[in-house]
Design a protein around this ligand. Structure first.
Ligand SMILES: [Fe+2]
Length: 726
């Protein structure tokens, strides 16, 4: 027993205690580690911190100090990439949003002042009403890594160390004070000194979670499963770059981890950098480019850059990488190995980049398959939950679903660091406060799709959805509410906005609107769709989307050039009625968050001619390969979103109306933004984006705007210079 070193929660904010983690109070185990850098040793114990007794700190919290009826927890992720806030009230995710949507700065990494303000307003709470604030990682452990890495590589990397140091000294090492001051500002205090003073008076407890434990909590707690294996894979947190564990009921135990500088996420980012795309945002472009290439660099990558072990652990050869100590991802040795300098951003893409993209995608899939197979064997679990930035690699996810014996997988839609805000808030609720968790699976509102396929005569109806019931689909449920966790604007607010701007619009009833929109889509019109709550995570899921007809061969390039202002080698993604997915794609499962890739069903494909097959590069995408060419990639794959009526009724009804009209239960779904711009949030953002582009119609809840009827839209400055290209 180690009660003698239990700490009261008041100590949680002291600098040393940033190493602590919210723990299950009954278990009182140490889950935090300080210096576990044993790079290259493969999977290490996630309990390694227990060896470091002098660095371990235990927590004990005296419950019910204030006898509150509800417990409100604000989760924060910030200061690295894509800051976000999430509010959990009595275990329910009430609101979550990324800061970029409010500031209009893509991947905004600043403290999520606006997102926190929004989350509180959604529950009509003030900052002072909160019981806990959780931060998604431990800055001191990150600083520990920075220092140790610098010492390992010294004198190399001195310039990058010097560049990072001022921010650490000024802000990051004083995180508790910084968070308190910023939240005082979120509460409305505008003066810096007054905010500092006010921040100190807040009664809530501030807790810090481990980066990968925040990811793991975001993967497991909102999942449909009662118990599951958990795998988190990203660039790097404090030390861990990947972790593996088990979730059961309200308990979450991490068993193993891989450590910096060996990292699948950083390896992928190194190739993102070398192929001329932006690190931390261009990774999905590399994935989209891969089908054009051949995996001809796989042997050289395996021979020179890394060793992939059977358990999916990596040992990288850091002679070729600079990310551990430099300002670049790769170095001269890497350039020499691949025959030249990195591609310059925005310059033309050659076969070399396509082959590199394909090669690193092949390696990534191999590693992820090995990791998940190992997790299956080690944990004995039948289901798998994924999070971390690499879990956004939906091509690999599709293969895991098909090739690894897990019955089902669930992926956190905000798999990147934004989701850490959600993870730490849920970790405080379930682990620190030991509150029970009733999973949809245990509650009987969800069954595994594989079980569904066997028992199609299920009498569980899909929340009254007659078509789902007819198809024998059981209801689906998870804790994410479809990831529609952001702001919503009422019809009255929207009409007030439109009238104040003297914007012409037609008002429809909720019943009339879907058929009207379906008619526009069938006529080849491109429609902006702003309805319901904004999505949390990188994907637009029908709340803030641009939609079109996928049957049109021209639609892919029309939407890219007229709206997104880009020539893309990527096709758009399809949204399909859940009831129809198996008839159109080689998938018969829910993919509500567009995180699974599967092929277009053979019955929907078209035979292509030898001349079409011989086309090269982006021209390949213009070949009509299926009945839905605008969403069919050159290898017949598609990044699928399945839509359920109970999760997003209006979106489902629009697609259903389109099916009734055309026989096609699929629409194109692309995010509502232009290149480099964060996805729209407010009606004003949507109207602005609508007017800047050649979109034909805009739906703002039940108001329909026709571009042709709009007055001229004038802006003082050129908006195209407003957004940095991503
Ligand atoms: Fe992460």
């Amino acid at each position: 027993m180690r009660e003698e070193i239990l700490k009261e929660s008041t100590d949680v904010e002291s600098a040393g205690c940033q190493r602590t983690l919210a723990v299950h109070e009954r278990k009182q185990k140490v889950l935090a580690r300080a210096d576990c850098n044993n790079a290259g040793a493969g999977w290490g114990s996630a309990r390694a911190g227990e060896e470091f007794g002098h660095r371990a700190v235990y927590l004990h919290f005296v419950l019910n100090r204030r006898r509150r009826l509800v417990i409100s927890i604000l989760g924060i992720s910030a200061f690295y990439h894509d800051s976000a806030a999430c509010l959990v009230v009595d275990g329910e995710i009430v609101a979550a949003a990324q800061e970029e949507r409010f500031t209009r700065v893509k991947h905004d990494h600043n403290f999520p002042l606006n997102a926190a303000r929004y989350c509180l307003s959604e529950a009509k709470l003030t900052v002072d009403d909160l019981d806990y604030v959780g931060f998604y990682d431990k800055p001191l452990l990150k600083f520990d890594r920075l220092l140790e890495t610098y010492l390992d590589y010294a004198p190399a990397g001195f310039s990058s160390f010097l560049k990072a140091l001022p921010l650490w000294m000024k802000e990051k090492l004083w995180m508790p004070d910084l968070i308190r001051t910023e939240l005082a500002k979120a509460g409305g205090e505008g003066d810096e000194r007054a905010a500092k003073k006010l921040g100190k008076k807040f009664q809530w407890k501030l807790l810090f979670g481990d980066h990968h434990e925040s990811h793991a909590a975001s993967a497991f707690y909102p999942s449909p499963f009662e118990e599951a294996a958990i795998l988190t894979i990203d660039g790097v947190g404090e030390w861990a770059t990947s972790s593996m564990g088990v979730g059961q009921g309200n308990e979450l135990t991490l068993l193993k981890e891989l450590r910096f500088p060996d990292s699948l996420g950083l390896l992928y980012s190194a190739f993102t950098y070398y192929t001329g795309f932006k690190v931390n945002s261009g990774e999905y472009k590399v994935m989209g480019l891969a089908p054009y290439g051949e995996p001809r660099y796989v042997p050289i990558i395996k021979d020179k850059l890394l060793e992939v072990r059977d358990d999916g652990s990596l040992k990288m050869n850091h002679k070729y990488f600079s990310y551990a100590h430099g300002l670049r991802m790769t170095n001269g040795a890497f350039d020499k190995l691949f025959g030249g300098a990195p591609r310059k951003p925005e310059s033309s893409i050659t076969q070399k980049e396509m082959d590199l993209a394909r090669s690193i995608q092949v390696i990534t899939e191999e590693v992820m398959l090995k990791m998940t197979k190992y997790a299956y064997k080690e944990t004995g679990m039948k289901k798998l939950c994924l999070a971390g930035g690499v879990a956004l690699n939906c091509v690999a996810n599709g293969r895991i679903l098909r090739e690894v014996p897990f019955e089902q997988i669930w992926i956190q839609p905000a798999a990147g660091d934004a989701g850490g805000a959600l993870g730490i808030a849920l970790a405080i609720w379930h682990r620190y406060l030991a509150k029970p968790r009733l999973s949809p699976e245990a509650a009987g509102t969800w069954r595994s799709p594989r079980a569904e396929n066997k028992g199609r005569n299920s009498n569980i109806e899909s929340n009254g959805d007659y078509r789902a019931a007819k198809k024998g689909l059981s209801a689906y449920a998870d804790g994410m509410k479809g990831s529609y966790l952001g702001p919503q604007y009422s019809e009255a607010e929207i009409e007030r906005f439109l009238q104040s701007r003297q914007v012409p619009y037609e008002k429809y009833s909720r019943v009339e609107l879907p058929a009207m929109v379906a008619e526009l889509l069938a006529a080849g019109k491109i429609v902006g769709l702003h309805q319901g709550r904004m999505e949390f995570g990188p994907r637009a899921l029908g709340g803030r989307s641009i939609i079109g007809d996928p049957r049109s061969p021209e639609m892919q390039s029309a939407m890219n050039l007229k709206i997104k202002y880009r020539e893309s080698f990527r096709p758009f993604a399809p949204s399909v009625l859940r009831e129809e997915v198996a008839e159109w794609f080689e998938l018969d499962a829910d993919s509500p968050y567009m995180l699974l890739v599967a092929d277009v069903a053979k019955s929907q494909r078209r035979t292509i001619t030898a001349a079409e097959e011989a086309r090269w590069g982006i021209d390949k995408l213009n070949v009509k390969r299926s009945a839905i060419p605008a969403v069919t990639h050159v290898d017949y794959s598609a990044r699928i979103q399945t839509v359920r009526r109970e999760t997003n009724p209006l979106y489902w009804e629009i697609i259903e109306a389109f099916r009734k009209k055309t026989g096609c239960p699929v629409v194109i779904n692309t995010s509502f933004n232009v290149r480099g711009e964060p996805i729209v949030c407010t009606p004003e953002d949507s109207y602005r984006c609508f007017m800047r582009t050649e979109m034909d119609f805009l739906v703002l809840e039940t108001c329909l705007l026709d571009k042709k009827a709009q007055p001229e839209f004038r802006e003082e400055k050129n908006w195209r210079s407003e957004f940095k290209l991503d």
